[in-house]
Design a protein around this ligand. Structure first.
Ligand code: FES
Length: 149
């Protein structure tokens, strides 16, 4: 036991409007519990996220990032989610080079009906990041609260 027991990770969930964001809404309306330390941001498509964007979130102090897009073959902008998958892979490499665990970032694919799945993804990532401890970049000037606002 140490002060890590009290560590509440700040997680940013970048959710595609067509699937994960709807699933998040559904999870809410089904009253599925997911931790309050997760900030859900809606994107028109996961194809919008790039390496810089994800790195900025970490630089600002979030402890983990979820990218949640449509099922492969189901992206409304052709291959946005495949592009996102590549960029998530690249960002994990950049993180590793900066001495930050790549597992703090992961992409998931789901449909809009999967509220339960989304709740589980959030739970999984919260648990994983909790075990990893705070993002080493957290010591910057900005607080995680500011980072995910
Ligand atoms: Fe959902 Fe592209 S429209 S990931």
């Amino acid at each position: 036991g140490n002060n890590m027991d009290n560590f509440e990770p700040k997680i940013l969930a970048l959710c595609c409007h067509y699937c994960a964001y709807t699933a998040a809404d559904l999870a809410g309306s089904m009253r599925l519990q997911y931790p309050p330390n997760v900030r859900v941001l809606r994107l028109p498509c996961t194809g919008k996220v790039d390496v810089d964007y994800m790195m900025k979130a970490f630089e600002k102090g979030v402890d983990g990032v979820i990218v949640a897009g449509c099922l492969e073959g189901g992206c409304h902008f052709q291959e946005g989610n495949l592009r996102a998958k590549k960029r998530v892979g690249l960002t994990r490499q950049v993180l590793a080079e900066a001495g930050i665990e790549g597992e703090r970032l992961e992409m998931f694919n789901l449909s809009s009906a999967e509220g339960q799945t989304l709740a589980e993804i959030i739970e999984l990532m919260t648990k994983r990041v909790k075990e990893l401890g705070p993002n080493p970049l957290r010591n910057g000037k900005r607080t995680p609260e500011e980072a995910i606002r």
